[in-house]
Design a protein around this ligand. Structure first.
Ligand code: MN
Length: 224
């Protein structure tokens, strides 16, 4: 019998193509992993990529629509390849890291850009800018043998906003997992958003967003 003093919160889940649901444990995100986006954010090409996190319950599964968040006037889209881990560990080699992959999804790292810019200016943390409710819309997870290398793109109301190739990532999938495993012990249920290419821009209420990663799938939602 449980001695929990409150009901346990529900485990956030993401559907898996072909059936079943993937339980989300943690969400890690990579910053500045495409050179052109790093420059549009004011970074230097010599800066290494870095990690931040979103809470697991920030996921918005396919078919649901995220609400325009409070306390921002500059909500940005960031299309990203998402890696879903089926196992984990610490200090993984890139080869071990590939063995930990369960599958891949298409995700959008929604960002309160105005709050992020204010936090950067004051040296404050990014949690309110990145980890808000509904900040991680995601497609179903597709099981794949090899990491995707193709087109990654996002359109808003049918107009192209972001288009690049996953192969342009500065750090590739096994390198990202290996680096993250130096900082955290990774485990089954972890999602890693792998960074966005250039072309990030603002969304307004009512916008219809479509993101896709070649070989992985597509994600569509409306900001409500
Ligand atoms: Mn991002």
């Amino acid at each position: 019998m449980s001695d929990l003093v409150l009901p346990a919160p529900p485990i956030p889940t993401v559907p898996v193509e072909g059936g079943g649901r993937f339980p989300v444990r943690r969400i890690l995100c990579v910053g500045r992993n495409y050179a052109a986006h790093r420059r549009e954010m004011g970074g230097d090409d010599r800066d290494p990529p870095f990690f931040f996190a979103k809470p697991a319950d920030a996921v918005v599964p396919p078919g649901a629509d995220p609400a325009y968040p409070s306390m921002t006037g500059d909500l940005h889209h960031e299309i990203e390849l998402v890696v879903a881990l089926g196992s984990g560990g610490a200090n993984l080699t890139p080869a071990e890291a590939l063995g930990a992959v369960f599958g891949y999804a298409v995700g959008v790292d929604l960002t309160r850009r105005d709050l992020q810019n204010a936090a950067k200016a004051k040296g404050q943390p990014w949690d309110a800018a990145k980890g808000f409710d509904g900040s991680a819309p995601i497609s179903a997870i597709r099981r794949l043998e090899a990491a995707p290398q193709g087109r990654i793109a996002l359109s808003v109301n049918g107009q192209a906003r972001q288009a690049a190739s996953v192969a342009d990532m500065i750090w590739n999938v096994p390198e990202i997992i290996a680096e993250a495993s130096k900082l955290w012990t990774l485990a089954a249920g972890d999602l890693i958003f792998t960074g966005t290419p250039e072309g990030v821009a603002a969304l307004v209420r009512g916008d219809r967003v479509r993101g896709e990663v070649e070989g992985v799938g597509a994600l569509e939602f409306q900001v409500v």
